[in-house]
Design a binder for this molecule. Structure first.
Ligand SMILES: *[C@@H]1O[C@H](CO)[C@@H](O)[C@H](O)[C@H]1NC(C)=O
Ligand SMILES: *[C@@H]1O[C@H](CO)[C@@H](O)[C@H](O)[C@H]1NC(C)=O
Length: 403
């Protein structure tokens, strides 16, 4: 009896430990958010344990979520859906069935998942891209770029870039009935990172004639230089994406070498030779007062040059699009940026919006005060959230009005 009681007590303590995360007061549906947060925490902890036991790489364990959530390409009365390849990279295509008066608009979409997990065919992504296609009567190309740990930077970037270049060819656009003047690149989280990097790179590429009309970046990851921004400090343990997990995903994009992760975790990974990059992410200048709150800007602490020599990717603008000069931002297309208050990545997006505006790029910056990272994925089944639907609708509305 005593042993059973003890077990029950331990089990309840464990459940309480997972479920109890202080939920900010401005969240609607706090219980659902708490359960979502607990489920994510449990999944990442289990993946860690399995990794430490040598059973499976922690990323591959999390990839099981992607597998469980997968659905095969399924057409409906409005949209024809198919999997194919562009330039040898897997894509899922959404082609509207409704007639169109003229050429259609197009969105090239990159899913999130920290460059490590995710799939165009995951239910929430399939739903988002299907809705986009249906509501805009637009062609949507959702890209299955290769993932870490098997493939490291710059493979993820190169895959999405190859798809973009393939699709932007006049002959291909014409084959799908797409207007070359109305193409947008979009993505969430790590996909927003890839979208921002692709939009920048296209400006430098003389082989591509077609210009993007717009970029839409949904709670994007934009820099790896300063991993101690006010948003990282305030949201260290908020639902779905903790600071330590974001650090892990960043380092995993380049290597499994734990010395990079450890240096990033203590924000001592940038060598003094790269000090000229810090003004690009200087939150002391780039954040509005209401987000600086009580935080005090301190000068960067530099680390050894060895890490940057071994893994130069983390200083490369194709991985960290905030690390380019204003001159390189100037010709970027019309931009939509969504940031969430309770997100470690909040300040990445806020600073990019600020820098783009200063460079003369028209920017719509939506800041959701009652939302956390990844919230647009919670639009299905028992874990759907009203705030997820609201933000999805805002993004699609912006596309509809601006693309
Ligand atoms: C097809 O489009 C109509 C009108 O937008 C919508 O009411 C309907 O739910 C859509 N069907 C599916 C399967 O999404
Ligand atoms: C950041 O901005 C502050 C305020 O303008 C300035 O004092 C500081 O030198 C800057 N630091 C870097 C590394 O750019």
């Amino acid at each position: 009896m005593g042993a059973k009681l003890l077990c029950l007590f331990l089990a309840s303590a464990l459940v309480a430990y997972y479920v109890y995360i202080p939920i900010p007061e401005d969240f609607e549906e706090p219980w659902k958010v708490m359960l979502i947060a607990a489920a994510f925490r449990a999944a990442t902890h289990l993946a860690e344990v399995a990794d430490q036991l040598g059973l499976i790489h922690h990323v591959e364990a999390l990839m099981l979520i992607t597998t469980v959530e997968y659905i095969a390409p399924t057409s409906d009365e409005n949209v024809t859906v198919m999997d194919t390849e562009f330039n040898n990279v897997g894509v899922r295509l959404y082609l509207p069935r409704k007639p169109s008066d003229g050429l259609r608009r197009a969105v090239v979409y990159f899913h999130g998942g920290g460059w490590c997990i995710g799939q165009a065919g995951m239910k929430p992504y399939d739903r988002l891209t299907r809705w986009t296609s249906n509501r805009l009567n637009a062609v949507v190309v959702s890209v299955n770029y290769r993932l870490a740990p098997k493939y490291r930077f710059p493979v993820q970037f190169e895959d999405v870039y190859l798809v973009m270049k393939f699709f932007l060819q006049r002959s291909v656009l014409s084959q799908y009935g797409v207007d070359p003047d109305r193409v947008c690149v979009a993505g969430d989280s790590a996909g927003g990172n890839l979208a921002a990097a692709v939009a920048q790179q296209l400006l430098e590429d003389s082989e591509v004639e077609t210009k993007l009309k717009a970029q839409a970046l949904l709670y994007p990851v934009l820099q790896s230089l300063d991993l101690n921004l006010p948003s990282y400090q305030e949201n260290e343990n908020k639902p779905v994406l903790s600071k330590s997990y974001m650090v892990k995903l960043w380092s995993e994009y380049f290597t499994s070498d734990s010395s990079l992760r450890e240096a990033m975790a203590s924000n001592r990974h940038v060598p003094v030779e790269s000090s000229h990059l810090f003004p690009f992410v200087n939150w002391s200048n780039l954040l509005p007062e209401e987000l600086k709150k009580g935080h005090v800007y301190t000068s960067p602490t530099y680390g050894s040059s060895e890490l940057a020599q071994k893994y130069p990717g983390f200083l490369d603008p194709r991985a960290a699009p905030l690390l380019v000069s204003d001159a390189r931002l100037r010709r970027l297309p019309l931009t939509y940026i969504l940031t969430c208050e309770h997100d470690v990545l909040r300040d990445d997006g806020v600073m990019y919006a600020r820098r783009l505006r200063a460079a003369g790029v028209p920017v719509t910056h939506d800041h959701a005060k009652d939302a956390f990272h990844g919230v647009m994925l919670f639009v299905l089944g028992p874990i759907e959230l009203a705030v997820g639907h609201r933000l999805v609708n805002r993004y699609i509305k912006w596309l509809n009005e601006n693309l």
